[in-house]
Design a protein around this ligand. Structure first.
Ligand code: NAG
Ligand code: NAG
Ligand code: NAG
Ligand code: NAG
Ligand code: NAG
Length: 461
């Protein structure tokens, strides 16, 4: 006998356990690039594991019960790769991102098109323009990433709706879809950001005009208040956009901020001054709203769903987008950098603590907790990876997003999208049970907290 008591043994066992869980915590020094790159690798590994586990019948880039989430995950990976030089998943991301552009290279493949919303398609546009701006490898014999992004954009402006509210993009695409009556922030803000990025990348004035037009419409509608910089989640065409739904989401602010930052960077003179004012206004509301004082004021939180622990799959992802888009803003609008930096660093320090789940650096939902909260999945890993990339973007004194001069391989060559939707997309293919299940779940997930939270029942039946 060694003379150890049970209590001593128990103590030793606990110590061992503690060390083990401490080992899964990430050691991040927010000003040390190496440590941040390593944290990204640790977070991305389970993200990609979830990705493959959740692929529907092995279809590349199609996750069960959702379509766009894979696209936004590719966007997140590409952004991480571009500032870390870690290329572990580049081949699969390159292949799967191209695969889902579908038979017509427009991210509107008839496998899915009958139940998609504008925001679903838009995220693939953001993923492909991110590929262009980071000089992600093109696929030989296929359209350039920019051409794909432009195809999405052109299809979406073909749906610009003048039948109510003086314009705007509807949330859903087909009149039979629940949510068709809604014009919402993510569809319009996302299209605005995509237009602004295409403008800066291609230098084609058409995109500048559209970005202006979408911003102007947004500020004329209840979506965007151009004095308080408050952003509503949606408004309804049923009462001609008389009022807005005040639910607050990080990514809505993120899209308008991102687009304004690109417009600031691309335009000149008075226009540039106008966009700078908008960037500053949006930043102020974003900081006030989503970095709660009780957690020190530098940790990002989706305040609508986190305190009540009711974030759906989509909402779990939002913080990652806003983090990356804040970093982009800091790069494109240098005067904002000092204000943005502590927010991104503070959030990443928080992420280091909560990505300590199981033995695999699983990340939780609430970044302000001091340990993993038990949430697990692709979405929370992706959000955390966005936080990692945002800090890396600031640490990498690169040249900022490329344009057609620095990345001529990504030149745009038009893809014929036929403008708007082709009737054949919806009428030629019978709707299968699988499609309906997908549509039902998507609607529940994306519509749950939006206005008209009960009407989806109509659709499900
Ligand atoms: C469309 O569905 C078919 C049948 O499941 C599948 O083979 C194909 O890869 C899918 N295409 C896309 C773009 O998902
Ligand atoms: C600019 O973009 C628009 C929309 O994609 C296109 O119709 C037009 O041909 C482009 N102009 C040039 C000069 O490339
Ligand atoms: C705010 O938007 C309204 C409606 O478009 C416009 O009339 C007004 O000039 C805008 N104000 C500022 C400060 O941009
Ligand atoms: C535009 O962005 C680049 C980084 O890509 C930055 O160096 C430059 O200063 C920005 N332009 C202005 C006018 O701030
Ligand atoms: C819908 C689906 O397939 N979800 C799965 C995704 O992966 C996680 C982790 O393996 C599973 O728990 C889910 O059931």
């Amino acid at each position: 006998m060694l003379g150890l008591s049970w209590a001593q043994l128990w103590g030793a066992a606990l110590l061992l356990l503690n060390t083990q869980s401490a080992m899964t915590q990430l050691t991040i020094q927010v000003t040390d690039k190496d440590s941040v790159v390593k944290a990204g690798q640790a977070i991305a590994k389970p993200m990609m594991k979830f990705y493959h586990e959740n692929e529907t019948e092995g279809i590349p880039g199609k996750l069960t019960d959702t379509w766009y989430v894979a696209g936004s995950m590719f966007m997140t990976w590409i952004q991480y790769w571009s500032v870390s030089n870690v290329d572990t998943y580049n081949d699969v991301v390159q292949h799967d991102l191209m695969f889902q552009s579908g038979r017509d290279y427009n991210y509107f493949d008839s496998n899915y098109s009958q139940w998609l919303g504008n925001d679903d398609q838009m995220f693939w546009g953001l993923a492909t323009i991110t590929a262009s701006e980071t000089e992600f490898k093109e696929v030989s014999g296929k359209p350039s990433w920019t051409s794909l992004a432009a195809a999405v954009f052109n299809m979406q402006i073909g749906r610009w709706d003048m039948t109510s509210c003086g314009g705007g993009e509807r949330w859903q695409i087909w009149p039979i879809q629940n949510g068709y009556a809604m014009k919402n922030a993510i569809s319009n803000g996302g299209l605005f950001a995509l237009g602004a990025r295409l403008a800066r990348f291609t230098k084609n004035e058409t995109y500048v005009q559209w970005a202006d037009k979408i911003w102007d419409w947004s500020q004329e509608s209840p979506i965007l208040n151009n004095e308080t910089y408050f952003i509503c989640d949606s408004t309804s065409s049923l009462d001609n956009c008389a009022k807005g739904d005040h639910t607050q989401w990080t990514y809505n602010y993120g899209t308008y901020l991102l687009g304004a930052a690109y417009m600031y960077n691309y335009t000149k003179g008075d226009d540039r001054a106008k966009w700078e004012k908008r960037v500053d206004g949006l930043l102020e509301t974003t900081f006030k709203t989503f970095y709660p004082k009780q957690y020190g004021g530098n940790v990002l939180s989706d305040i609508t769903c986190e305190p009540v622990n009711k974030c759906d799959r989509n909402q779990l992802c939002f913080k990652g987008y806003l983090s990356m888009w804040l970093a982009t803003t800091a790069i494109l609008v240098p005067s904002t950098r000092d204000k943005i930096t502590p927010k991104l660093q503070g959030s990443l320090e928080a992420v280091a603590k909560i990505c300590s789940g199981e033995s695999d650096n699983l990340c939780g939902l609430r970044w302000y907790d001091d340990h993993w909260d038990g949430t697990k999945g692709l979405e929370v890993q992706m959000a955390a990876l966005g936080a990692v990339s945002s800090v890396l973007m600031l640490l990498s004194e690169g040249k900022g997003p490329s344009n057609v001069d620095s990345n001529p391989d990504a030149k745009e060559a038009p893809i014929d999208t036929g403008g708007g939707n082709k009737d054949s997309d919806i009428s030629t293919r019978p709707i299968t049970t699988g499609d309906k299940a997908g549509a039902w779940i998507l609607t529940v997930l994306t519509g749950g907290l939006a206005a008209g939270g009960v009407t989806w029942l109509l659709k499900a039946s």
